[in-house]
Design a protein around this ligand. Structure first.
Ligand code: HMG
Ligand code: MG
Length: 357
């Protein structure tokens, strides 16, 4: 089996992950999540949506989120836009990439964006033209490519049709999404084979939700098709408010653990991702939905209990100052905060010695 040496991860937690939360998540937490992810080495972060706040209230603060984050050079911050109004907001917010999101099933298209597939493409056309004119990267997402909550099975020919239309709009990247997490690997192969006939393989990505526990198996199948871009959500957050029963994306920690084991590089620090997943889950008041992340966090806690122990400045409750990128309380950098639990006591003492008293 030939596997790639390197893959790219698009971290969708701040958008796909948080859009489905039933309780409001503060703008400050969203900003801190994005900044922590960027500090951990993620170079593609889906940060927000510029959609109707009546349809997705959790994403109503997209402009404030984009204004509050500390941009890191080389990181591509993307947002979802359903129409020209969304694009205008995205351009004003200075995003790097916009995502138009269509569907391979008519029913889901109607439920999610209130129009048919054909109408959505007409709506996306001026968005695509204006996004290109503004110098933005353009990504297209094919929702329900592997199953629809209203229509059931989705034919590979329907995937091919939408991929061809998104390619015709000038999309730089196209996502094949199992929105409701129903697929098994035998369905992944024909869907990608159909997509590859319409669009370059190296710019196709796999976006798998884990509703039925098949996401990692489906990632493996997509890897075998030659796919090298994968979407995931820290702590397994997420779901789509218009896809009944759908749970979160494949957890980033599980994906990183898989790639580490396969010897595939990602440029992302697994330990830092585990710390971020535990941090956001604590903020949301629940256990993270990641087997690898929780196992590694437990192991880390067991190890920490056997060490002499250097307490975390701020007791790990840090508040990042957007001007300096440092914690306003203890003065640590995001990187130092994210890696704290994996540092040796000597490293911790060395960091403490450099902090303002
Ligand atoms: P509509 O109701 O047909 O359109 O919605 P409208 O033009 O009548 O607009 C309704 C209201 O929204 C109006 O406000 C507009 O001004 C406003 P009102 O007059 O009622 O006060 N509005 C907007 N406000 C801010 N920004 C905008 C915007 N557009 C309209 N851009 C529409 C059509 C497409 C707008 C709506 O259906 C919508 O926003 N849908 C978004 C649904 C969504 O975000 N779903 C989740 C993301 S998709 C997903 O998660 C799947 C994915 O992860 C891949 C996968 O897993 O499959 C990507
Ligand atoms: Mg999704």
């Amino acid at each position: 089996m030939t596997l790639p040496k390197h893959v790219r991860i698009v971290e969708v937690g701040p958008r796909d992950g948080l859009q489905n939360e039933s309780e409001p998540v503060s703008t400050a937490i969203k900003i801190e999540l994005i900044d922590r992810l960027a500090a951990a080495g993620f170079v593609e972060i889906e940060a927000a949506s510029f959609v109707s706040p009546r349809w997705v209230p959790q994403m109503a603060d997209g402009s404030a989120v984009m204004a509050g984050i500390s941009r890191i050079a080389g990181v591509r911050y993307s947002v979802l836009v359903p129409n020209l109004r969304g694009l205008e907001g995205a351009i004003a917010a200075g995003v790097d990439e916009v995502v138009v999101f269509g569907a391979a099933s008519e029913s889901f298209s109607q439920r999610n964006i209130n129009c048919s597939i054909a109408e959505s493409m007409e709506r996306f056309r001026p968005v695509a033209v204006a996004a290109k004119a503004a110098g933005l990267s353009l990504r297209g997402s094919v929702s329900c490519a592997l199953g629809c909550p209203f229509e059931g099975a989705v034919a590979p020919s329907a995937v091919a049709d939408v991929v061809a239309r998104l390619a015709d709009l000038g999309c730089d990247y196209i996502d094949i999404a199992d929105t409701i997490g129903v697929a098994t690997p035998n369905q992944v192969f024909p869907a990608f084979e159909a997509a590859i006939r319409q669009f370059p393989l190296e710019r196709l990505s796999g976006h798998f939700h884990d509703t039925h526990g098949q996401a990692i198996a489906n990632v493996m199948a997509a890897l075998q098709c030659g796919v090298t871009i994968f979407h995931s959500s820290i702590a397994g957050l997420g779901g789509c408010p218009y896809a009944p029963g759908a749970t979160g994306n494949v957890a980033t920690e599980d994906l990183l653990y898989l790639f580490q084991g396969l010897g595939i590089s990602t440029g992302v620090d697994l330990d830092a991702a585990v710390a971020i997943g535990q941090w956001i889950s604590e903020r949301l008041g629940r256990r993270a939905t990641t087997r690898a992340g929780n196992a590694l966090a437990s192991k880390r806690a067991r190890l920490a209990a056997t060490r002499t122990g250097v307490p975390s400045p701020c007791n790990s409750v840090c508040t990042i100052d957007p001007q300096t990128g440092l914690c306003a309380g203890c003065g640590r950098t995001l990187d130092q905060i994210a890696r704290w639990s994996v540092m040796s006591d000597d490293e911790k003492r060395a960091v403490c010695a450099t902090l303002p008293t």
